[in-house]
Design a protein around this ligand. Structure first.
Ligand code: R5P
Length: 308
């Protein structure tokens, strides 16, 4: 494996413990303004520092993530269908490798739809993307099983993940299921588990724990973080399992503690809504005062301008 590819992979899967916490915010590419992700900039800002990498589209990256961020980007490069269209599986590659490099992506991601009407097209696209990506040392993450209503069981997921790995994907993302060890064991590349639909926080932490225990290197979690009442608490709790080896009880206790602090902070703000305002007012008064001190003729000259 080339140095550049290894280096990029190590930004996503941390080499010291072979674990990864990815924050998924790419849902809009087929769901539009997903509930609680209507304003990606606001959602991403407070939780970004707790993830290892961000799964993102180029539109959200450019508009809603600061270019000074040092969080590695896993850039979704496939799309073409929406939730109200005919068939979600009809995807193509929509972002070039050049563009991914321009956006300083640490990996590119695309979906394959094994067992769907567009299976052939998406699997061939994965092979082509790997051909291109290998030229630049860019890792490819293949997403399997999105939108597949039937058979999200170990048999189907093993098949889908193995097909992705055989095409050269460097990481595979899929859903958790019973007997997940089987999926992991028959896939020769690291597996990252998608969080899936919002479920109670404790259950999402249990899913995180089970996935890691079964051999996944990490989680790519979206809705179970930012659709939680307390996203900052939730991402830290998930992180404590992935990187801190917490069990579910420990992680859930951490969640409850941080959620309680969050509630306290929110109620303080509600009781004193002018807190921030008055801080801002004081700040601008101070700034004006120091401007005047630095330029005592400031007002004079503006008065004289007015009189002209
Ligand atoms: C699928 O690729 C989606 O775009 C998400 O990245 C993925 O489903 C992970 O997000 P969530 O945890 O909300 O399922």
């Amino acid at each position: 494996m080339d140095w550049g590819l290894k280096n990029r992979l190590s930004r996503i899967i941390k080499p010291h413990n072979n674990r990864a916490l990815m924050l998924a915010v790419d849902h809009g590419y087929f769901l539009g303004p997903t509930e609680k992700l209507e304003n990606p900039k606001k959602v991403i800002a407070p939780i970004l520092k707790y993830c290892d990498s961000l799964m993102v589209t180029r539109g959200v990256q450019r508009t809603s993530v600061s270019p000074t961020s040092d969080t590695p980007m896993v850039l979704r490069v496939s799309g073409g269908s929406s939730i109200i269209g005919d068939d979600l599986s009809q995807e193509d590659i929509t972002v070039s490798l050049e563009e991914a490099i321009r956006l300083n992506a640490s990996a590119v991601a695309m979906s394959i739809f094994v067992g769907s009407k567009y299976e052939y097209q998406t699997i061939v696209n994965l092979g082509k993307l790997v051909n291109e990506a290998e030229k630049y040392g860019m890792p490819v993450l293949a997403v399997t099983a999105v939108g597949k209503e039937l058979g999200k069981d170990a048999r189907y997921l093993s098949l889908a993940c193995r097909v992705a790995a055989e095409q050269g994907a460097h990481i595979v993302k899929t859903y958790y299921c019973d007997n997940f060890e089987k999926v992991v064991q028959s896939c020769p590349v690291p597996i990252i588990v998608a969080g899936g639909k919002k479920i109670p926080e404790r259950d999402a932490l249990q899913l995180t724990y089970n996935s890691i225990k079964a051999g996944a290197v990490g989680l790519d979690m979206g809705r179970n973080i930012w659709q939680s009442e307390h996203p900052v608490a939730m991402i830290q709790a998930a992180r404590s399992i992935i990187h801190g080896n917490s069990n579910v009880e420990q992680a859930y206790s951490l969640y409850k503690k941080l959620a309680a602090q969050d509630n306290q902070n929110k109620s303080k703000k509600q009781n004193n809504p002018n807190q921030n305002k008055s801080k801002k007012q004081n700040k601008s008064k101070k700034q004006n005062k120091s401007k005047k001190q630095n330029n005592p003729n400031q007002n004079k000259s503006s008065n004289s301008n007015q009189s002209k």
